[in-house]
Design a protein around this ligand. Structure first.
Ligand SMILES: *Cc1c(COP(=O)(O)O)cnc(C)c1O
Length: 392
């Protein structure tokens, strides 16, 4: 991976692009499945890996490469492998780094599909999986086994925005000879750079804030050139979890405005959290920017902003929560997040609907809980839209 002499915002706009002989200013999209060689010897050298260059678009495409190099630069990493979705990024990490007999220690508070992927699929191949409380470092320590290959966590987590100390968790992992994988979806490198804090690998759902405008599915794995550049890349090359060049182009454009958008998301979210906190129909607000958040101090050290996700519990349980959802006229009722458009979800009956009542209590998914991904509309419009169902 190339070294660029630039600051974060400049990298987000310019890193990774190699202009072609046509002199295009914006990054070109290369919609081609294969690439032509000048001679038999060149073809042999490309396939043999003795000469770098494009071969076949399952694993080499210039537009996708621009995106990989740009995101690697933003995360401060040697390597990046772009994938077709966030889930295929996580799948590629598991397939690339695990073998039968290994153990994965995973936070209980991860994206629901990640839990299912591990429990229902990765476990089929003889990998042991166990789950621990995200914020409980002693529980992580106690959960380690000699065969623990990976620790996997999301921070901040969905939907209650709990935060784990990445540096402390990386130390715990490394003392055991294990690797720490962080899903950096909620913060993006604009707000948090897990590799600098000691994590070994970062995964992304580019579908969320990296695109930021709800247009395309994609993912990425970021890390060192051995584990990501070889092991995870091998899964991509042989398993074909490839990002399309069209989507890579969308994500390149998304990255160009990432810093600005994340600042604006944080600002709106902070204002919404404070407004909800003072609202008499609201029982509790979960937002790392509030002093009442249990890991507020940690968030201040570990993140350069508190993020765009605000969750809150309304008084009156499920009926009251549904009333807020149904009274909205502008917010989108959808589970997606990280969009310029604000979205609202009732976790207990959607994203976390498969949990048993006991599991819901254990994970803090109250019946009155709502999650808002705070978009870039004017904050007064977002507040007015929520006020309708909160009784003003
Ligand atoms: C959405 C999401 C994923 C999965 O990403 P897809 O692009 O939908 O496959 C993984 N982790 C987190 C935290 C997410 O929000």
């Amino acid at each position: 991976m190339q070294d660029f002499p630039w600051e974060f915002e400049t990298l987000a706009v310019r890193a990774g692009h190699v202009r072609t002989h046509e002199g295009e200013h914006s990054e070109a999209i290369f919609p081609t499945s294969s690439f032509v060689f000048g001679s038999a010897a060149e073809a042999a050298a490309r396939f043999g890996g003795t000469e770098p260059g494009n071969i076949y678009a399952r694993f080499t495409n210039p537009t996708v490469r621009y995106f990989q190099e740009r995101l690697a630069a933003l995360e401060g990493a040697e390597s990046c492998v772009a994938t077709s979705s966030g889930m295929s990024a996580i799948l590629s990490v598991m397939l690339g780094l695990l073998k039968a007999g290994d153990h994965v220690l995973c936070s209980r508070s991860v994206f629901g599909t990640t839990t299912l992927l591990l429990q229902s699929y990765i476990a089929k191949f003889g990998v042991e999986i166990s789950f621990v409380e995200l914020t409980d470092l002693a529980a992580w320590e106690a959960g380690l086994q000699p065969n623990t290959r990976l620790l996997f966590a999301e921070t901040p987590a969905n939907p209650l925005t709990e935060i784990v100390d990445i540096r402390a968790l990386a130390d715990i992992a490394h003392r055991n000879g294990s690797l720490l994988v962080i899903d950096n979806c909620f913060c993006t490198p604009a707000l948090q750079r897990p590799l600098e804090l000691g994590a070994d690998i970062v995964v992304h759902s580019a579908t969320k804030y990296l695109d930021g405008q709800g247009r395309a599915l994609g993912g990425a794995v970021v890390g060192d050139k051995e584990r990501v550049g070889k092991d995870v890349y091998g899964v991509l090359r042989n398993g074909g979890v490839t990002m399309s060049p069209f989507n890579a182009w969308i994500f390149l454009k998304g990255l160009e405005t990432l810093s600005l958008r994340m600042k604006a998301h944080c600002e709106n979210a902070m204002q919404l959290a404070q407004w909800l906190d003072a609202h008499e129909a609201v029982e509790q607000v979960y937002y790392p920017g509030l002093v009442s958040h249990p890991q507020h101090e940690l968030a201040k050290q570990q993140q350069s902003g508190f993020g765009g996700i605000v969750s809150f519990v309304v008084k009156g349980g499920k009926d009251a929560a549904w009333q807020v959802v149904d009274a909205t006229q502008m917010l989108s009722i959808t589970a997606n997040l990280g969009d310029t458009k604000s979205t609202i979800t009732h976790p207990a009956t959607t994203t976390h609907g498969r949990l048993t009542p006991e599991q819901k209590v254990q994970s803090g998914i109250a019946d009155g809980l709502l999650r808002v991904s705070v978009g870039l509309e004017n904050i007064r419009d977002i507040q007015r839209d929520l006020a309708r169902g909160l009784g003003g």
